[in-house]
Design a protein around this ligand. Sequence first.
Ligand SMILES: *Cc1c(COP(=O)(O)O)cnc(C)c1O
Length: 386
Amino acid sequence: MTNSIKMVDLHGQYLKIKDEVDQAIQEVISSSAFINGKPVEAFAHEMADYIGAKYVVPCANGTDALQIAFQTLGLRPGDEVLMPAFNYVASAEAAALLGLVPVFVDVHENTFNINENLIREKITPATKAIVVVHLFGQSANMWPILELALEFGLKVIEDNAQSLGSDYLFPNGEKKKTGTMGNLNTYSFFPTKNLGCFGDGGALSTDDQGIFSEAQMISRHGQGQKYAYDRIGCNSRLDTIQAAILRVKLKNLDRYLKNRIAAGHYYNQLLGTLPQVKIPAENNWSQHTYNQYVIRLEHRDKIKDLLKEAGVPSMIYYPSPIHLQKAYAYLGYKTGDFPIAEMLCREVLALPVHTEITSQEQEFVVSALINAIKTLWHNSLRIHLQ
Ligand SMILES: *Cc1c(COP(=O)(O)O)cnc(C)c1O
């Protein structure tokens, strides 16, 4: 088994739906409608039904989706956009490209999501929007964020790239899927996301017809009537082949999520009693779908090396916070500005989790992790005794 543990198993996942996927791809090839073929619109409707949103605009990837969202919501150069300090680069990058000012907010150490209690103090007259990122498969605490947005007239964008299919439970018992609560929400179908295609893909969702039309227009060169350009847009399309694949995979999404959730819970059970490991917290307002299973521990880098020697892959999401990256130095942040995000970058480790993982594989991962911790402990003891 040593060599068979994978961070993700896209091939194994494909084999279970191979006939249907192959046929869907073949149909696109036969039709030659590679751009804006029928499966694109069909997928948009099916996805809207699945998440419970009125409209979905497919686009080329999740980063484009963020840029299209900022443009659609009318954000202007100099507008401040709040976003979590512990995050993938996409929202800061898309904002910066449009001349918007990314303003970071520190996160919760046990869920990795934006700390809703730290948002208010970051709001200035220039603040126009907030990007809520549902990290690793778990919803941020939306209700207080939506209340703040209402109070200050902020636009809300949910970056749901990592958590398609997760739920958020409002205090009044109402349940909604992540990525359906903001003004305009963004998705990525990068292969390793909860719903992944065979290349790049993305989408936006909204309940507002005006926002829908505007986002769709911007994604199509800002074109209203043919060759009439009403706004500066971009060219961001979901390939027909990817849409055809996504239609097949969407039908299997509930099974995929069930497997991820079961795997996450099994890790929680196996690791919950290890004092050296902090397992990811599950909030009572969210159904965690474990797009990533991320633990925290000391000596993370050494443990990662020892795991690798034992044949267990692991990944670091994310090794360095955006506010300390060279490209974003112009924002003027310094070490210590976001202590939780900085600490997480030192301590987080993502263990293998995917739709095909078996309990035996998970047990192997955990025993390798325990061995790695023991090895480190023995080594440091030896150094002490010398
Ligand atoms: C993957 C991801 C994106 C962007 O996705 P691409 O499709 O690769 O552009 C944006 N935000 C977050 C949080 C992501 O994980």
